[in-house]
Design a protein around this ligand. Sequence first.
Ligand code: SF4
Length: 82
Amino acid sequence: MLVIHPDECIDCGVCEPECPAEAIFPDTVPGLQDWLVLNAEYAPVWPNITIRREPPADAKAFDGETDKFPQYFSPNPGQRDL
Ligand code: SF4
């Protein structure tokens, strides 16, 4: 999981079609308030993504699964070795 700081995003929409899981939405979509709060909370404290990495080996198994939050959420997400 990654988060985007709502105050830094200018809603250009470029990232939305690039997300392979189609998991990025503009903050104007109704019903996303909880995600906005989560993004605002963790964007300042989680590490910035500065390099491209391969997705987790099991990413496809979770793609499209609903109700991932909060069952899979960790406030301290793991960082694979580079
Ligand atoms: S919509 Fe995506 S690409 Fe555009 S500013 Fe926001 S996070 Fe960055």
